[in-house]
Write a protein that binds this ligand. Structure first.
Ligand code: GLN
Length: 290
């Protein structure tokens, strides 16, 4: 019989694991993975560093470490990511919500007075990040979130339930297609916007995320074009469209909005002062297509 490997202490296991993971966040990531395996929080670990790591937890920890070492995103290994004030479930069927997207949420909220029962759509909702963040801040608003991936909608629906958010309806389909005949005060989207041949797609977390959530056509703007074209027929007079995009896409996205008749078109930057969100609204008098 082979000898049982000696049980290591939690603090030792953590130190060894942090030494094996690459990158500046190694210690932090190792801790997240260990706490996930143990089903504990940091405060508990602080007081239990000299506890032994049970054998089955050691095996589960080793499995997660091995997957992290080949690049699997931490958020997928934990199955969770924080966004806005929410704790969201994520899966490889959904994009991992990014801090940049919180900028889009802020800009949307600035256009949504809290005391009105406004209607808001989130196109390509993925984990539900945008729709759920807005819904949580605007309980009187009615949100509709679409996605072409039924699997992503399942995740988004579970996130609504887990966060106690009841004012979001989920619809299956491409961009605005499931919203026939409906108009909104504001439409927001973080669509795929990376060019198909962009080398970043073969790097980091992006390798593991759904390609359909990341890239869209040769210049990355196919989804943006489809949304800009269809959006005016789904906005009330004066209603806003807000689109997240890449740092170098502000000018082309503004041009698309202006060509489609949007007014007050502008691009806003993210925390790192890069172009990130372009927005515009339809005119008050635009009733021709109604
Ligand atoms: N709306 C989701 C998010 O912002 C998904 C976006 C996407 O898949 N492109 O996280």
């Amino acid at each position: 019989m082979p000898a049982e490997p000696p049980l290591s202490r939690l603090d030792q296991a953590l130190r060894v694991a942090a030494g094996r993971l690459p990158g500046p966040d190694a210690r932090h990531e190792a801790e997240h993975l260990l706490l996930h395996v143990l089903g504990r929080d940091r405060a508990w670990l602080f007081a239990h560093g000299d506890d032994a790591l049970p054998a089955e937890s050691a095996a589960a920890f080793e499995d997660l470490l091995a997957r992290r070492m080949v690049g699997e995103p931490l958020a997928y290994l934990l199955g969770r990511r924080g966004f806005w004030t929410l704790d969201l479930q994520v899966s490889p069927a959904t994009l991992i919500p990014r801090p940049e997207t919180e900028r889009l949420v802020e800009l949307a909220l600035a256009r949504l007075p809290p005391d009105h029962a406004l209607r808001v759509a989130d196109l390509g909702t993925g984990s539900g990040a945008i729709a759920l963040a807005i819904a949580s801040e605007r309980p009187l608003a009615q949100l509709v979130a679409t996605d072409i991936s039924a699997e992503a909608l399942g995740v988004a629906g579970a996130n609504a339930q887990a966060n106690g958010i009841a004012n979001v309806a989920f619809r299956h389909g491409s961009w605005l297609a499931p919203l026939a005949g409906e108009r909104f005060d504001l439409i927001a989207s973080n669509p795929p916007y990376i060019a198909e041949d962009d080398p970043h797609l073969a790097q980091g977390d992006l390798r593991f995320e759904p390609p359909s959530a990341l890239s869209s056509g040769t210049d990355g703007l196919d989804a943006v074009r489809a949304i800009v074209l269809a959006a005016p027929d789904h906005l009330v007079p004066g209603g806003w469209l807000l689109l997240e995009h890449g740092w170098d896409q502000g000018a082309p996205v503004r041009a698309l909005l202006m060509a489609r008749g949007f007014i007050d078109v502008a691009t806003e930057t993210d925390l790192e002062h890069r172009d990130r969100v372009t927005l515009g609204r339809v005119t008050e008098a635009q009733d021709a297509s109604r």
